[in-house]
Design a protein around this ligand. Structure first.
Ligand code: NAD
Length: 469
């Protein structure tokens, strides 16, 4: 771990083994922190805060950019660690490692550019005027899941650090290696000791201490909705700021006039990316008749063409699932759907062959005609018109992403207005851009990452009255 700029182990000597989901091999061991080490990291971040916050945005940006530059020189090393601990194809890991660097660069540059401003407000009293100034919050706890460890880490630490906060990051216990390496590199790049720390350990111990500790002023959390609800409850006694980026069940609405090639491509990428383990995965498709048969045919063709292989194989387009339990749950849901009469159109089994024997692989699978009562959440449903598509899309308790495919601007406009989600993509793959605010509604949480909007969640605004000047 990295605490106060130094490598740290657990006082108890406890460790966690990290295994490769493609082979079962032991990749490495990491310390397993408890409450004590978490407090040390919080205290280090708290001690580092006043000096870090007092630096000019330009100076902070210089140090962040130096760390990001060093990380850029080690992208291959970091990507390999990510593939070995998480399972995703190496080329996706490289993109993710690079996105980490770009995100740090984006916010460092933004903060240094003078674009992050307060306000001058004329007041009704003569001889006085108002200002609104932004201040950093203090120590931020960043709690990260296992599916996109580096992107989701960057989404929190980049704006937090650029705005003058200090951070204690907690990766998921199964994906800490690439995170620890990046934090080491950022520290080597010249971040003052204590500004960026990382501790590894169970959510219920390390995560909980971060949430409860009075010196942590803000929790940036990404994970499951039920964990997020706990985070909010635990954060209440200290009235802590929270951003909650939670689960999703993203709908795609395909109108009858849509370019079905474009829609099928976006749906196949949206559903199979990261072996289906993405918050923004397209989980429900509502296609207006008579386009359904043609769309299904195109999605099936794409599923059959996907190259399933261990992430380290350069040809791999889809790696194993991250955990044994995840694959078992998928198999239970598939069996339940097929038992209830769903039709299997592609995949449906564990792949055969020695390359797959020890990993948690599962073929890209498409089923159709899934009865409503089936447990599986993924479905392509035939609907009669756009109204029905939107109504069914909004039935979900979630509201993270959504997409619509149509050539008709009026239909697109209706979907944009009525889909209950934090994002609507029109005729596009679901990709979250640094420039646009990202975050959910309903049970997908609240608060924004990305964009200039995230800065509101890592600063607080103070009003100032200047009189007699
Ligand atoms: P999870 O909720 O089990 O764990 C997320 C993190 O929280 C981990 O670091 C975990 O150790 C920690 N944690 C667990 N219990 C805790 C507790 N009681 N107190 C504090 N921290 C605790 O989620 P997961 O299975 O790792 O991640 C997958 C979930 O994340 C999915 O639901 C997915 O949709 C969601 N997700 C959302 C987004 C988004 O931006 N909205 C992005 C990616 C993933």
């Amino acid at each position: 771990m990295v605490i106060d700029g130094k490598a740290a182990t657990a006082h108890s000597g406890a460790t966690i083994e990290i295994h490769d989901p493609a082979t079962g091999e032991l990749v490495d061991t990491v310390p397993q922190a408890g409450v004590e080490e978490t407090r040390e990291a919080i205290e280090a971040a708290d001690a580092a805060f006043p000096a870090w916050a007092a630096l000019s945005p330009h100076k902070r940006a210089q140090l962040l950019l130096k760390g990001a530059g060093l990380a850029r020189q080690h992208l291959d090393e970091v990507a390999l660690l990510l593939t070995r601990e998480q399972g995703k194809p190496l080329r996706d890991s490289k993109i993710e490692a690079e996105r980490f660097v770009e995100n740090i660069e984006f916010y460092a540059t933004l903060a240094a550019s003078g674009a992050v401003r307060g306000k001058h407000v004329p007041l009704s009293v003569p001889g006085a005027f108002g200002l609104v100034v932004r201040r950093p919050l203090g120590v931020v706890g960043a709690i990260i899941p296992w599916n996109f460890p580096l992107t989701l880490l960057a989404n929190k630490i980049a704006p937090a650090l650029a705005m003058g906060n200090t951070v204690v990051a907690k990766p998921a216990s199964t994906t800490p290696l690439s995170t620890i390496r990046l934090v080491e590199l950022m520290n080597e790049g010249g971040l003052p000791a204590g500004v960026l720390n990382v501790v590894v350990g169970p959510g219920a111990v390390v995560g909980q201490e971060l949430i409860r500790h009075p010196r942590v002023r803000k929790i940036g959390f990404t994970g499951e909705t039920r964990t997020g609800i706990n985070v909010m409850r635990e954060a209440a006694p200290e009235l802590k700021h929270v951003t909650l980026e939670l689960g999703g069940s993203d709908p795609a609405v395909v109108c009858a006039d849509a370019d079905l090639e474009v829609a099928a491509k976006a749906i196949a990428i949206g559903r199979f990316f990261n072996a289906g383990q993405a918050c923004l995965a397209i989980k429900r498709v509502f296609v207006v008749e008579p386009a359904a048969d043609q769309l299904i045919e195109k999605v099936v063709a794409r599923a059959k063409k996907l190259k399933l292989a261990p992430g380290q194989d350069p040809a791999s387009q889809m790696g194993p699932m991250h955990t044994r339990g995840g694959r078992e749950e998928l198999e239970r849901q598939l069996k339940d759907a097929l038992d209830r009469g769903a039709r299997l159109l592609a995949g449906g089994s564990r792949p055969q062959g020695t390359a797959f024997e020890k990993g948690f692989f599962f073929e890209p699978t498409v089923i159709s005609d899934v009865p409503q009562e089936a447990r599986v959440w993924t479905d392509i449903a035939r609907v009669k018109d756009l109204d029905e598509a939107i109504a069914r899309a909004n039935e979900s308790e979630y509201g993270l992403g959504s997409s619509v495919f149509t050539r008709d601007l009026k239909q697109a406009q209706q979907a944009i207005d009525r889909l209950e989600a934090g994002y609507t993509w029109v005729n596009s793959i679901q990709v979250a851009y640094d420039e646009l605010p990202f975050g959910g509604t309903k049970h997908s949480g609240f608060g924004k990452e990305h964009g200039t909007e995230v800065l509101d969640f890592y600063t607080e605004q103070k009003s100032v009255v200047l009189a007699g000047v």
